[in-house]
Write a protein that binds this ligand. Structure first.
Ligand SMILES: [Zn+2]
Length: 270
């Protein structure tokens, strides 16, 4: 799981012991209040998820989670993704803000809302450091090329990665509402950041009607699963386009998990 320091574990343990007292306070919140909850992903470990649900499950107020940190292992990632679904199952009116496509998974599983960041920096929160001098200020993007939402892959990838893999060929053409007609391999510099964000919004707007049209949670889950399966197929299609036997497009663990492959949970205990 996450690389949680002993100090953080102590803090979480002390907070967990106050759950009964805090639980009595939460229902008195105004029902239109939104609890803003930037939390470390350690709270989504099997060790702490029950305490989190116990703390917030009885409050009728909407809760907006923002997650800080990344799981250290694939097993930790799978557990985090599974426990995000538990939040949607066990806590009323739960939302995920400053997130990536995990927000769509939460909505499909009954979540109230999601706010998907338009840049890499807005798809995460940075955990505070005890030493202000070492506090990170995330760049809008990790490099000159923006991370781009690739419709065919249901994944964010840097534009430079797409350009490298497609080499001398133009690669896939985007015909989204913003791009009109633009090669996805052409998002390479800071000057492309704005267009990359608007392209991402256009793709999400294309997806949303299909993902939210279902009259039941089962319909929404099925629509989301189908989209993720198409994304996995898209990786095969892109590999056929590049023909490169080595530098291949490989679906990430979140996408395979959302598409139904929960084998990453096999190492789970308890
Ligand atoms: Zn586009």
């Amino acid at each position: 799981m996450a690389d949680t320091s002993a100090g953080l574990r102590d803090l979480m343990a002390r907070w967990a012991t106050t759950v009964p007292r805090k639980r009595e306070c939460l229902p008195s919140l105004h029902p239109q209040t939104v609890l803003s909850l930037p939390i470390d992903i350690a709270w989504l470990s099997d060790e702490w998820i029950t305490a989190l649900i116990d703390l917030l499950g009885s409050s009728p107020a909407p809760k907006a989670f923002m997650l800080g940190g990344r799981p250290a292992t694939p097993e930790g990632m799978a557990i985090m993704l599974a426990n995000l679904r538990r939040l949607a199952d066990d806590i009323p009116q739960v939302a995920l803000f400053r997130t990536d496509l995990a927000g769509l998974d939460l909505i499909a599983h009954g979540g109230l809302a999601a706010a998907i960041g338009t840049s890499s920096a807005l798809r995460q929160v940075i955990p505070p450091s005890q030493n202000p001098a070492t506090r990170e200020t995330p760049a809008e993007e990790p490099g000159p090329a923006p991370n781009l939402l690739v419709r065919d892959l249901v994944t964010y990838l840097p534009g430079s990665v797409l350009a490298d893999r497609f080499g001398d060929t133009r690669g896939p053409l985007c015909r989204c509402l913003h791009c009109g007609q633009r090669w996805l391999t052409s998002f390479l510099s800071r000057g492309d950041w704005r267009d990359a964000r608007l392209h991402g919004v256009a793709i999400l707007m294309e997806w949303l009607p299909g993902l939210t049209a279902g009259t039941s949670r089962a319909h929404r889950m099925a629509a989301w699963t189908r989209l993720c399966l198409r994304g996995i197929d898209g990786h095969d299609a892109y590999n056929r386009m590049t023909g490169d036997p080595v530098d291949r497009f490989t679906p990430g663990l979140p996408l395979t998990f959302w598409a139904g492959d929960t084998s990453g949970l096999h190492a789970r205990t308890g």
